[in-house]
Each structure stands twice: as structure tokens, then as C-alpha cells.
Design a protein around this ligand. Structure first.
Ligand code: GFB
Length: 310
């Protein structure tokens, strides 16, 4: 991408889109554009088409989505499937109609079967049943991959897709019940420390394994792939390393400095037993993550304190 090219980041205020926007600007891209949900409702086809016709972006990064952790996915299945399908349909089609040179679609590692062999290779897509807690979201994301591939095949577009593993970092959503595990733990341990509580409740058994990637590393990988990858097959983005929820809880406890104990609330779901991506394809292209878990969690906690600590 030319440094002066107009790049539209859909979802530019979110955890992923925000990090991509900051990453692009840091790398010298001068013409990065975005619209808030109040300015442009991406679920409305007419608004999206009018925006593309007027703005004429040369490149588009689709980081806008209805997202959340296990509880939110389980509680709002209609919103997760409807909003995500709508956004994808509108943006992918508008990008085609208005001659966008290249589009990057962001999926999620939950597209893989619940019991897929680990680490999960790109070719495991659609080889088994999905995890029920996030099936509607996963189906929407699978449709997004298939849309990009179909437009490439029929119309000769260059629409690439990436599948990030679980994410965290500055700009995250720290909602007590609807957020992902890492921001939820940061908030809960911080509140327990402030309140002088003796223990913190962590959902599930603590045994499921998750791979966590820092959002700024994901942004860097997306910009790298926009410049170095044109393939029709999607690309996994992760660290290649997973840990149990109990290990993450221990790390957050240390970073926050909570002196008490941890209790497991087994009335809450565990979700998929393990989610670890095989990133050989991405590594083969020449990209690797940089941020260690400890540094990443410390940066995320700083972000939480700056936004909600006072
Ligand atoms: O990030 P998370 O909500 O989503 O993590 P998934 C869920 C895991 O963390 C489960 C445990 O094993 C939970 O039992 N956990 C422990 C907690 N304490 C908490 C807590 O306070 N909050 C949360 N949220 N979890 C998501 C999908 O699955 O993965 C999304 O639902 C998306 O669609 C995302 O794909 C990447 O990893 O289970």
C-alpha cells in the first residue's frame, strides 16, 4: 500500500480497528479514514454504499463486528449472527461495487470445530461441529470468509481473510459480564483489590486452554498481510502458545497485585476445551508476534487504570 493511499478502517474505535488505525498512522500512512456508528450504521446497506461512493477508499479493513466473550455470545445469539452478517454483506459488496483494490476481513478462531486437533491448521475449517456457545458468531464469520473467496473467484477481487486468536489490549471492553476473559479478569481482580475482598471468582473450571494475542501485534500482522499477502486462503494469526484460564488468572492476579485467593465458579460455562492456532503459514510469510504475555497484560492493566481507575 502506498503511504498516501486512502485506507478505510471499519470499526476504527474498537479493540482491533483502533489498534490497526494507530499502527497504520505510526507506519506513516497518511490517509486513514473511519466513521463512528453514529455517523454510519454499517448494518444499513444504503448508508454503506453511499459512503463508499462518496469516500472512494482504495483499501478497506473490516474490523467492525458485534463481539463479546462466552456469556455475551450465549446471551445475544440473534444480535451476533444478524449484525455480523449484515456488516459483512454490506461492506464486502460495496468494496466490490466501488473498486476497492484490496480488502482485509477479520474472522475469529472460533470458526474451527469444537474438537479440532490442536494446534488448528487453516484446513480444519468445516471438518466438524462448532462450539455451541458461539455458533451463531462463528457461522457469520465463516460466511464472511466464503464471501471474500467467492467474490475473488467470480469477480477477480483481492479480498483476504485473517483468523485471529483470542485478543486483549488497550481499548478493550471491560464489561463485567459481556467482555472476553482477560479484560473481565483485569476488572474483577482490580475491583477485589480496591474493595479489600478475600477472594475473586473466576468462571468455569479454570482448565480450558486459550491462546491470547496482544491487539497491537494483531494490527501489525494485518498491515503486514495487506502488503505481503494476496492469497485466496485465510491466514491464522496467533502466538503459537496457549495457557489454562487458571494460569491467566494467576498472571492477572500478580500484575494487579491482588493478595487474596481465587475461587472457580463451575456454574459458568467452560466453552471449548482448547483453542490454539497453527501459525506456520503466517510465520512462513515472515511475521511473528513481539509482545510477551507479561508485558501485554501490564499494558492492558495500565489502559484499564487510565480509563476506569480513578
Ligand atoms: O474470552 P472468552 O469469554 O471466550 O473466554 P471464548 C471464556 C473462557 O474463560 C471460558 C473462562 O473457559 C470461561 O469459563 N472465564 C473465566 C471467563 N472467567 C471469565 C470471565 O470473567 N469472563 C469471561 N468471558 N470468561 C470466545 C467467543 O470464546 O472467543 C467469541 O465466544 C470469540 O465468539 C472469542 O470468538 C475469540 O474463548 O470461550
Amino acid at each position: 500500500m502506498d503511504k498516501a493511499a486512502k485506507i478505510y478502517v471499519a470499526g476504527h474505535t474498537g479493540l482491533v480497528g483502533g489498534a490497526i488505525t494507530r499502527g497504520l498512522k505510526k507506519q506513516g500512512y497518511e490517509n486513514v479514514v473511519g466513521k463512528t456508528i453514529e455517523e454510519l450504521d454499517l448494518t444499513r446497506q444504503q448508508q454503506v454504499e453511499e459512503y463508499f461512493a462518496k469516500e472512494k477508499p482504495e483499501y478497506a479493513i473490516l474490523a467492525a463486528a458485534k463481539v463479546g466473550g462466552i456469556h455475551a455470545n450465549n446471551t445475544y445469539p440473534a444480535q451476533f449472527i444478524y449484525i455480523n452478517l449484515q456488516i459483512q454483506c454490506n461492506i464486502v459488496n460495496a468494496a466490490y461495487l466501488h473498486g476497492v483494490k484490496k480488502l482485509l476481513f477479520l474472522g475469529s478462531s472460533c470458526i474451527y470445530p469444537k474438537h479440532a486437533p490442536q494446534p488448528m491448521k487453516e484446513e480444519y475449517l468445516l471438518t466438524g461441529k462448532l462450539e455451541p456457545t458461539n455458533e451463531p458468531y462463528a457461522i457469520a464469520k465463516i460466511a464472511g470468509i466464503k464471501m471474500c473467496q467467492s467474490y475473488n473467484r467470480e469477480y477477480g477481487t483481492t479480498f483476504i481473510s485473517v483468523m485471529p486468536t483470542n485478543l486483549y489490549g488497550p481499548g478493550d471492553n471491560y464489561h463485567p459480564t459481556d467482555s472476553h476473559v482477560l479484560p473481565a479478569l483485569i476488572r474483577r481482580f482490580h475491583e477485589a483489590k480496591t474493595a479489600g475482598s478475600k477472594s475473586v471468582s473466576v468462571w468455569g473450571t479454570g482448565k480450558p486452554r486459550r491462546e491470547l494475542l496482544f491487539n497491537e501485534d494483531l494490527a501489525d500482522a494485518c498491515i503486514f498481510l495487506m502488503n505481503h499477502y494476496d492469497g485466496n486462503e485465510f491466514v491464522n494469526i496467533g502466538t503459537g502458545e496457549d495457557h489454562t484460564i487458571a494460569e491467566y488468572a494467576g498472571l492477572v492476579k500478580d500484575v494487579v497485585g491482588f493478595p487474596g485467593t481465587i475461587e472457580y465458579d463451575t456454574s459458568k460455562p467452560d466453552g471449548t476445551p482448547q483453542k490454539l492456532l497453527d501459525c506456520s503459514k503466517l510465520h512462513g510469510l515472515g511475521w511473528k508476534h513481539k509482545t510477551t504475555l507479561k508485558d501485554g497484560i501490564a499494558r492492558a492493566y495500565e489502559d484499564f487504570l487510565a480509563r476506569f481507575g480513578g
